[in-house]
Design a binder for this molecule. Structure first.
Ligand code: NAG
Ligand code: NAG
Ligand code: NAG
Ligand code: NAG
Length: 304
């Protein structure tokens, strides 16, 4: 899971930290603000596991009633941070917070757009979409797909009539229909064979990220320190030795960070060029916009 390079950085980080703490400046203590009980419990579980192992905990935890309260806490208190997912970015930005560290995940499956091999360009432009709108990831991809086809994904009224069908689904669930050969449609008007999903997909999400209040002073040194403690979390609390922070917790996946997190970067990595602005457009530039099947207009196939 952990590359030698990451391991090396971590060892370097620990040595540096030891050096700093023996010298003038001690590494500050950073506190994670959680706003649901499962996240708080998971955070406390790391603290407990660290104590039992006689280690310094990479996490310190504080719990608040709801997200708004956490955003305020991060603004008001030094060295506090909050981990947010894609749907929280806009509210956090509006509160003046900034993302500084981005959780990198290992992608094992992809959302793909499958079309009959002999689909024409005109048919592509007019095709309806077969997508499970309850699958949030697939739905985001369908929005991205339609946005790239030039559709208004925040329409007042739907339009357009019936035509060929494009399936938007998880590559793990893809099975070819018996009667037609398929291809994958890629963003930016290319196509690929159906086994090329790692290179030709419509994934359209943002990373979980650490948000802080920069106006209060969050210089690069602090970002490095905080990142080091998160790498400590990733290296030591991933199931190999102590409590597994990157696993389902009380039956819930992806609490705080995604299960399949493999790194922490100081630069975001956008999939398919979907950055915060485009993601915002796909969500009608509203914080906490609720995904709505109506956004696909009558491009959306109804399964009955
Ligand atoms: C932690 O320290 C205590 C006493 O200081 C010791 O009894 C215990 O075995 C240590 N635990 C581990 C996992 O090293
Ligand atoms: C968040 O919690 C506070 C304190 O309990 C409450 O006053 C506020 O209305 C809540 N905000 C939201 C958006 O639920
Ligand atoms: C596309 O191919 C299928 C068979 O795979 C055929 O039934 C259909 O008529 C073809 N459509 C066009 C527009 O060529
Ligand atoms: C993480 O969640 C996935 C489902 O999303 C699950 O299959 C897996 O076992 C969980 N744990 C780890 C360590 O990946």
């Amino acid at each position: 899971m952990i590359s030698p390079l990451v391991a090396l950085c971590l060892v370097g980080g620990i040595l540096l930290e030891a050096h700093l703490s023996s010298g003038a400046r001690r590494a500050a203590q950073y506190t994670l603000c959680t706003f649901d009980s499962i996240s708080y419990d998971k955070c406390l579980a790391v603290v407990k596991a660290a104590r039992e192992a006689n280690r310094t905990s990479p996490l310190h935890c504080v719990s608040r009633e709801n997200r708004t309260e956490c955003l305020e806490t991060v603004k008001d208190e030094d060295n506090h941070y909050v981990v947010l997912d894609q749907h929280d970015y806009m509210a956090a930005r509006e509160a003046g917070l900034r993302p500084i560290i981005f959780a990198r995940v290992e992608r094992k499956n992809f959302i793909i757009a499958v079309a009959p091999r002999n689909i024409s360009l005109i048919e592509y432009n007019e095709a309806s979409l077969n997508v499970d709108t309850d699958d949030e990831r697939a739905f985001h991809s369908a929005l991205a797909f339609n946005a790239l086809r030039g559709r208004n994904v925040c329409p007042d009224t739907p339009s357009i009539s019936q035509r060929r069908s494009i399936r938007i689904l998880n590559s793990d669930q893809y099975k070819p229909f018996a009667d037609s050969e398929d291809i994958l449609l890629c963003p930016f008007a290319t196509y690929a064979e159906t086994n090329s999903f790692a290179f030709c997909n419509y994934d359209a999400g943002l990373q979980n990220a650490v948000f802080v209040y920069k106006q209060r002073g969050f210089p690069r040194r602090k970002v490095r320190e905080l990142r080091r403690s998160l790498l400590d979390l990733l290296n030591n609390f991933n199931g190999k030795r102590f409590f597994n922070f990157f696993d389902t917790f009380k039956g819930v996946n992806d609490v705080i960070f995604k299960n399949n997190t493999i790194g922490f970067d100081v630069k975001p990595s956008y999939v398919n060029g979907i950055d915060e602005n485009i993601f915002g457009e796909l969500h009608c530039n509203q914080a906490d916009h609720k995904d709505n099947p109506g956004q696909l207009g009558d491009d959306l196939e109804t399964n009955n």
